[in-house]
Design a binder for this molecule. Structure first.
Ligand code: NAD
Ligand code: SER
Length: 325
């Protein structure tokens, strides 16, 4: 439990990670101490679980007013444009991802916030980075605007920590898989969509080729990693850019095989699109030795355990949808 009484603002709370992270933070800090905010409407799963404000992080003045008005002491900044959507409008992705972060870091400095969380991504790595067990420190030459914005963002976090003492912490998330809220325009989204499509239609048209291995993680592990990093003593945090963390690594063929243990007739078709080039530029697996050493990171889910849990939860939702009584 935190020693100080904290009041948290989550920006981008209606997104894939935001919903689950907000609920987890509310469990830890108390419902009224976690203010959810987003540009879009409140996600139905957040309704009646705590305060919600409609907020555009690009409007720095309004953001600053909310931080002061609500007595905010920590910000979790999740709003961003992800890899696939970013390639459709690179200028917008750069502007939103960079300016949003700089607005938050500036306000954190001015208001002396206790902590800031901002996620980076495996997308910082590019074609020249090692493909297997990609280390924390290595050649980093991202080829997507999303990856460039995340890498630049990591150095802004490092700068605000060293220059102004802002306690900002970050993780390079792998592709995240969840059943509660839909993903928002990433290259790894196939590994989320596939489960619902398998249940609804017993088939899936995959936009990546069958042997494309990528680093992935089940959402409960990602949420736990985030809370563990944020609760770690400041003196344990040796990385002020962003930590590599690893969960699992699999290809579309392997996730299809794991789904077939539940649905033997499940059929997967492959038709690679422009997202294939993005996936090919990223590592296949990640070395997370430093996160393990600094704050004890350890994943709990492998591919089959995740698939079993996804089907358990999606089946419950389907049954409730069909029979609301
Ligand atoms: P998402 O697209 O699902 O959610 C982002 C949310 O931000 C959306 O609800 C959107 O409405 C909101 N938003 C956009 N512009 C905003 C603005 N101007 N002001 C306020 N809110 C705004 O994204 P996500 O998957 O939840 O990702 C959250 C963070 O984690 C991002 O920084 C992303 O880069 C990072 N990340 C995600 C993954 C993944 O697999 N989901 C992997 C690596 C890193
Ligand atoms: N899941 C994210 C994406 O595909 C990785 O940051 O964009």
């Amino acid at each position: 439990m935190p020693l100080r009484k904290d009041k948290i603002l989550v920006i981008g709370a209606s997104g894939q990670i935001g919903v689950e992270l907000t609920l987890a933070l509310r469990k830890q800090y108390g419902n009224n101490n976690v203010v959810a905010s987003d540009l879009r409407e409140e996600n139905p799963l957040l309704k009646d679980t705590g305060p919600y404000v409609s907020l555009d992080m690009m409007n720095k003045e309004m953001l600053h007013v909310q931080v002061i008005r609500q007595n905010i002491t920590q910000i979790y900044l999740l709003a961003a444009i992800l890899s696939a959507t970013g390639e459709k409008n690179p200028n917008l992705a750069w502007h939103l991802n960079m300016q949003g972060l700089l607005n938050v870091l500036d306000i954190a400095r001015e208001e002396k916030l206790h902590k800031v969380y901002w996620p980076s991504s495996i997308a910082v790595f590019g074609p020249s980075s090692p493909k297997i067990n990609c280390p924390q420190q290595t050649i980093i030459e991202p080829s997507t605007v999303y990856g460039i914005s995340k890498y630049a963002g990591e150095f802004w976090c490092n700068y605000y920590f060293n220059r102004y003492g802002v306690d900002v912490r970050s993780i390079r998330y792998p592709g995240l898989i969840s059943y509660k809220s839909a993903p928002g325009g990433g290259t790894t989204d196939y590994a989320v969509e596939i489960y619902q499509e398998a249940l609804d239609h017993n088939k899936y048209n995959c936009f990546l080729s069958e042997n494309t291995y990528l680093p992935m993680m089940y959402m409960p592990d990602a949420i736990r990693a985030t809370l563990e990093l944020m609760n770690a003593p400041a003196e344990n945090i040796s990385i002020r850019t962003a930590y590599n963390i690893s969960g699992m690594s699999f290809s579309p063929r392997e996730i299809a095989e794991s789904i077939q243990t539940h649905l033997p007739d499940f059929n997967m078709l492959y038709k690679a699109d422009s997202r294939q080039a993005i996936a090919d530029s990223w590592p296949q697996s990640i070395d997370d030795t430093v996160a393990k050493k600094d704050w004890g990171w350890k994943p709990q889910y492998d591919l089959q355990k995740m698939t079993d849990d996804m089907f358990n939860n999606l089946n419950v939702t389907k049954t409730l949808d069909q029979d609301p009584s």
